[in-house]
Design a binder for this molecule. Structure first.
Ligand SMILES: *[C@@H]1O[C@H](CO)[C@@H](O)[C@H](O)[C@H]1NC(C)=O
Ligand SMILES: *[C@@H]1O[C@H](CO)[C@@H](O)[C@H](O)[C@H]1NC(C)=O
Ligand SMILES: *[C@@H]1O[C@H](CO)[C@@H](O)[C@H](O)[C@H]1NC(C)=O
Ligand SMILES: *[C@@H]1O[C@H](CO)[C@@H](O)[C@H](O)[C@H]1NC(C)=O
Length: 336
């Protein structure tokens, strides 16, 4: 008895959560997962005259794609620029687990170029993308993605680049994929940019590439992307570009580098300090060895004189010369 209300709560919660999507699925009356579960790699085309045909993706002029990234975000985008004016474009996405619709999303008046995205949770086997273009008559495209074609690969991981003599060596790890992929199936692209030009390479080896005759004094930047080659089953849509990597010097130089950095870190402030001291030298010496006051010349005599009086009682040179007159008394002393 206690189970009933809990079930009711769960049921009504899921009803609220799923309502917009369920309503959308029902509104066009299609169970896309069931109906198209066996048509892979071809666009199923239907029209108001009930004709059904199949074409390769490359054969139709409109473009569309669904990609599922590593965070389980599904993004379907399209470009229907060739549609006649006033044509109504509707887009329907059904996320399937085998023949069951897990989640769906629709837009009845979609823009010519647009995208819709949703986050997928739980086990999924594929996605059905459906377009309906109607003016007086209608025509619809239906395309089924299995998990392999849906996956949007991450770029190669752990990319490193280094100079070795005149070679630029680039190494990387292949990206992690949902299902194991033969390393030979990855088609990698290495893009190397220097001051003058950008060069692209499709490396022969899976996890390294060497570019000969580079000039290590140039500044290079390296980035990569990957996809599954058309010889293998999987997404042939390029991954995003990896973050840019700047090549480093090989070991012999990498020991020198920290020394240079230390020298610069210590040397520059030391040099500045020395310069500062040199500029302020005059003032510093004035503070340390203040100049002895030198009296003006007119006081010099006075000062020297008083000094002489204080320390030596008399200085002959300083005294005005006494004139001594000796008077000789001759023959005027009868008492003798
Ligand atoms: C989906 O993909 C389109 C086209 O690549 C992009 O413009 C759009 O921003 C993407 N949307 C999300 C939510 O990632
Ligand atoms: C396409 O849209 C038209 C008009 O909106 C509708 O009558 C028709 O059933 C739709 N076709 C498909 C295959 O959904
Ligand atoms: C990148 O390198 C780290 C550390 O070496 C390693 O744990 C990780 O698995 C590598 N990533 C890939 C995709 O191989
Ligand atoms: C590049 O990869 C190949 C094969 O995987 C290997 O033989 C070669 O030694 C690698 N070169 C470098 C520079 O790591």
């Amino acid at each position: 008895m206690a189970v009933f209300p809990i079930r009711l709560v769960i049921w009504s919660t899921s009803l609220v959560l799923w309502f917009p999507q369920s309503a959308a699925t029902e509104s066009h009356g299609l169970d896309l997962c069931q109906e198209f579960s066996d048509t892979y790699e071809m666009v199923n085309i239907q029209n108001s005259a009930e004709e059904i045909s199949h074409k390769e993706l490359s054969e139709i002029k409109e473009t569309f794609i669904c990609l599922l990234d590593s965070t389980n975000k599904l993004n379907c985008s399209w470009s229907f620029n060739t549609l006649e004016k006033d044509t109504r474009l509707s887009v329907f996405i059904s996320v399937c687990n085998e023949e069951t619709v897990i989640k769906s999303l629709s837009r009845t008046f979609a823009e010519r170029v647009g995208s819709m995205s949703l986050t997928v949770s739980g086990e999924i086997s594929g996605v059905v993308l459906h377009f309906n273009m109607s003016l007086h008559n209608w025509i619809s495209y239906t395309y089924v993605y299995d998990m392999d074609t849906l996956e949007h690969l991450p770029p190669p991981a752990n990319i490193s680049a280094s100079f070795n003599n005149d070679n630029l060596i680039i190494k990387w790890d292949l990206p992690r994929t949902r299902n194991a992929v033969n390393p030979n199936c990855f088609e990698n692209e290495v893009e190397i940019r220097d001051q003058e030009k950008t060069t692209s390479w499709l490396p022969k080896h899976h996890t390294n590439h060497t570019v000969a005759s580079v000039d290590p004094s140039h500044s290079y930047s390296v980035r990569m992307r990957t996809r599954i080659s058309s010889h293998c089953s999987g997404s042939d849509h390029w991954s995003e570009w990896s973050p840019t990597v700047t090549p480093s010097m090989e070991r012999s130089d990498s020991v020198l580098k920290p020394l240079v950095i230390v020298f610069i870190c210590l040397g520059v402030p030391m040099g500045l300090l020395a310069l500062l001291l040199f500029v302020r030298y005059q003032r510093v010496t004035k503070v340390l060895f203040p100049p002895i006051p030198r009296p003006p010349a007119k006081y010099k005599y006075f000062l020297e004189k008083s000094d002489a009086f204080n320390f030596f009682y008399s200085t002959p040179s300083a005294k005005p010369e006494e004139v001594i007159t000796e008077v000789e008394d001759t023959g005027k002393n009868p008492g003798k």
